[in-house]
Design a protein around this ligand. Structure first.
Ligand code: GLN
Length: 537
């Protein structure tokens, strides 16, 4: 364990300052310096994972290759670092307590009183180190969710305090992210909240090594001096994190502030040059689009864009690759009707029908699918989006009455979308969907094949319902083909329409695999088709 270096990223007394982006940005810089890096997130809530939470509570639930339902920050980690994360990269208080209580029942602590300290804190520390033991990472960044001072975060901060002693000071680093508010009436930046954050951290026995200060305005030398003096840190360890229009610019802002140099120096690691050309190219393209497109996202959680984080970011990645600025137009499926659709989808170049659960908003999604099909507007349906497109096709093209999904009408006569066989006996909700990566064969001469340029792919899933194979023949006879299929499980993975510029639905979630350096081929191909159409080609 000795040689592994641990960086803990903690949050001050203000929430939502962007610890995930700062952690990911440090990761990008260290990876670009040639170090093997991973990031993990510890969340203080009691759910075992965010899989059972409403997106309004917690934003999107991100899914890893191994089928873990995780915090959306893991999406940032994968997108920024182009790495794969796993269940080990996201641990909650719920999981920690569950592990400890199971061990207690197994008799692992026989004779002892099981307590928060040492049993919960030991379990947290073991979870910190688990990822390092299994893999050959040199640097492990650990983001501690929540804020210093929250009751529920206390065991995590205590575990971080103890970790310094387990690891040794050359292998341990605490970065503290705080807010520097700006008072517009007096035109002043205020350091007091940061001073109090650090005091709170000191109460927990942790002296931060580096301060990252989120601010609307540049920190002048006096402010930096003041922060250094009152927070017991060197002036060069006060790092400014100024508000910026794109999260993808943050790694370079951190580089400009020499955050990587301070980290490497404190961890006694060589200050190797940062090779970040591809990232720079991405930013250059981001700033110089040649096309402007409007894409409608039809969903039912649209008030909170974080609910569709990976989809939005996938559009950014693919758009940048094609020098195209994509404006996402968020449309609530609850309010979409055949009467207002013309107005709502005016000036739209493409439509994405989003994933989701339950029957609310389904009508609007089906109306949007019909509109795209008939008006030949490029259409992308993800998971529930694919289900809606299939139901619409069955109803309006195949004229199959009572076409539906058993998710919405349990005993529908024509279950185009049906509960998967192995889901029928499942009663427990948490972690029981079809989750994680599965292989899929791609049909030649299809949109999917043109996009992937591969005969077999692997993509991540999160669903209970699937396309009913009894209807494949009739669908295909009328031009909607199953262009992706998992032979082992016998399930349809992609449905697409012939004689349409681009109409495709996936049972899986391609958005979980898009990254800055590797945009997803389906998103790229979708945008490409829109650009072609727009330019009349
Ligand atoms: N509710 C659908 C299912 O469980 C779709 C899920 C989704 O869109 N991820 O199959």
């Amino acid at each position: 364990m000795k040689k592994k270096k641990f960086i803990f990223v903690t949050g001050g007394v203000t929430s939502s300052l962007g610890k995930g982006i700062i952690s990911a940005s440090i990761g990008v810089l260290l990876k670009s310096a040639g170090y093997k890096v991973t990031i993990q997130k510890f969340d203080p809530y009691l759910n075992i994972d965010p899989g059972t939470m409403n997106p309004y509570e917690h934003g999107e639930c991100y899914v890893t290759d191994d089928g873990a339902e995780t915090d959306l920050d893991l999406g940032h980690y994968e997108r920024f670092l182009d790495i794969k994360t796993s269940q080990d990269n996201n641990v909650t208080t719920g999981r920690i307590y569950n592990n400890v209580i199971s061990k207690e029942r197994e008799g692992k602590f026989l004779g002892k009183t099981v307590q928060v300290i040492p049993h919960i804190t030991d379990e947290i520390k073991n979870s910190f180190y688990k990822i390092a033991k299994k893999n050959n990472y040199e640097i492990i960044i650990t983001e501690i969710g929540g804020c210093i001072g929250d009751i529920e975060s206390l065991p995590f901060f205590e575990a971080v305090r103890q970790a310094k002693f387990d690891l040794g000071s050359n292998n341990f680093l605490c970065i503290h992210l705080t807010l520097i508010p700006y008072l517009s009436s007096s035109g002043e930046l205020k350091t007091k909240p940061t001073q109090h954050s650090v005091k709170k951290l000191l109460e927990a026995g942790i002296q931060p090594d580096i301060l990252v200060c989120r601010t609307q305005h540049s920190l002048n030398i006096e402010i930096r001096n003041k922060l250094a003096l009152f927070c017991n840190i060197l002036k060069k360890d006060v790092i400014e994190s100024i508000d910026i229009d794109s999260i993808y610019k943050v790694p370079l802002l951190m580089k400009k502030e020499n955050l990587h140099k301070r980290v490497l120096s404190k961890l006694k690691l060589d200050n190797k040059p940062i090779i970040i050309n591809k990232w720079n190219k991405f930013l250059k393209n981001l700033e110089n689009p040649k096309e402007n497109l409007n894409i409608a996202i039809i969903g039912k959680y649209i008030e909170l864009h974080d609910a569709y984080k990976s989809i939005a970011e996938s559009f950014t990645h693919a758009g940048v690759k094609l020098l195209c600025k994509i404006k996402l137009i968020w449309i609530s499926s609850d309010n979409l009707t055949s009467k207002n659709i013309d107005k709502k989808l005016k000036n739209i170049n493409g439509i994405l029908v989003a994933p989701g659960f339950g029957s609310r908003g389904i009508k609007g999604k089906i109306i949007a699918s019909k509109y795209s099909r008939e008006k030949k507007i490029p259409f992308f349906g993800i998971c529930l989006g694919m289900h809606c497109a299939c139901i619409e096709f069955a109803k309006n093209v195949l004229n199959i009455k009572n076409s539906n999904s058993t998710e919405f009408v349990k005993d529908t006569k024509n279950p185009i979308i049906n509960l998967m066989e192995d889901q029928k006996s499942i009663k427990i909700k948490g972690g029981t969907m079809r989750l994680g990566s599965y292989k899929c064969k791609i049909k030649k001469n299809s949109i999917a094949h043109k996009a992937y340029k591969k005969n077999e792919i692997s993509e991540r899933h999160r669903h209970r319902y699937e396309f009913n194979n009894d209807y494949i023949k009739i669908f295909e006879s009328k031009g909607m083909i199953a262009s992706g299929y998992n032979e082992k499980l016998g399930v349809v993975e992609i449905m697409e329409l012939k004689n349409h510029p681009w109409f495709l639905g996936t049972q899986y979630h391609p958005e979980y695999r898009s990254s800055v350096l590797n945009p997803h081929p389906l998103f790229t191909n979708f945008i490409k088709s829109i650009i072609k159409l727009k330019n009349g080609k």
